[in-house]
Design a protein around this ligand. Sequence first.
Ligand code: TMP
Length: 240
Amino acid sequence: MQKKEQLYEGKAKKVFATENPDYVIVSYKDDATAFNGLKKGTITGKGVINNKMSNLMMAMLEKKGIPTHLVEQIDDRNTVVKKVSIVPLEVIIRNVAAGSFSKRYGVPEGTAFASPTIEFSYKNDDLGDPLINDYHALALNLASEQEIETIKKMAFAVNDAMKEFFRRLNIDLIDFKLEFGRFKGQIVLADEISPDTCRFWEAGSWDTEKHVSLDKDRFRRDLGGVEDAYQEVFKRLTGE
Ligand code: TMP
């Protein structure tokens, strides 16, 4: 499939039209941002890893019955996906306290949860993606009640599949962010699943004093070894 005009450029990806109005091509960049674009940098090789990893995850989830936007990978950085209309909610699932949860509720990072949690942020860069609840999302017409129910069920199903998948790679899935889109009346998993959008901790390290992050927190928190962490996760996934 051929790339036509560029439709959109985001912080980590570009989106191009194709000859098929139902499909677009996403092109993954090495650009990294954090804190709503305040911190900027480059993670060499990230675009290739995130493209391939996200496609592997989406293919794994499709096999488990979760519909996704994936159509086909074209090359290292480019993938054909369904042209969805994105539901403007960031859907965050957490298994262990970390990041903004720990800050907001005063819970030390690494505190295990009895059961996973879900929360939504309103996808709006001008407002800094504020936390939002179901009723607010309904009031603002961001999604219907049925869509929100479907999204919640799918997000927890993704968590079950991914936790199990990463456990085998000696990685604890601490939390992650998903985005969903509408395609021909159906809610499908969209955007990406990568070290940009997940917290991956070296297995078991969350209940010790210092966890070992294998994700974008190495960039956000200036921990060093950013590229190595992305490569390590990819190596465990593929053996490459
Ligand atoms: P948080 O603890 O900062 O709210 O992040 C929760 C998860 O969401 C974490 O795995 C990183 C991911 N995330 C994104 O994918 N995009 C974002 O803009 C933010 C803030 C977090």
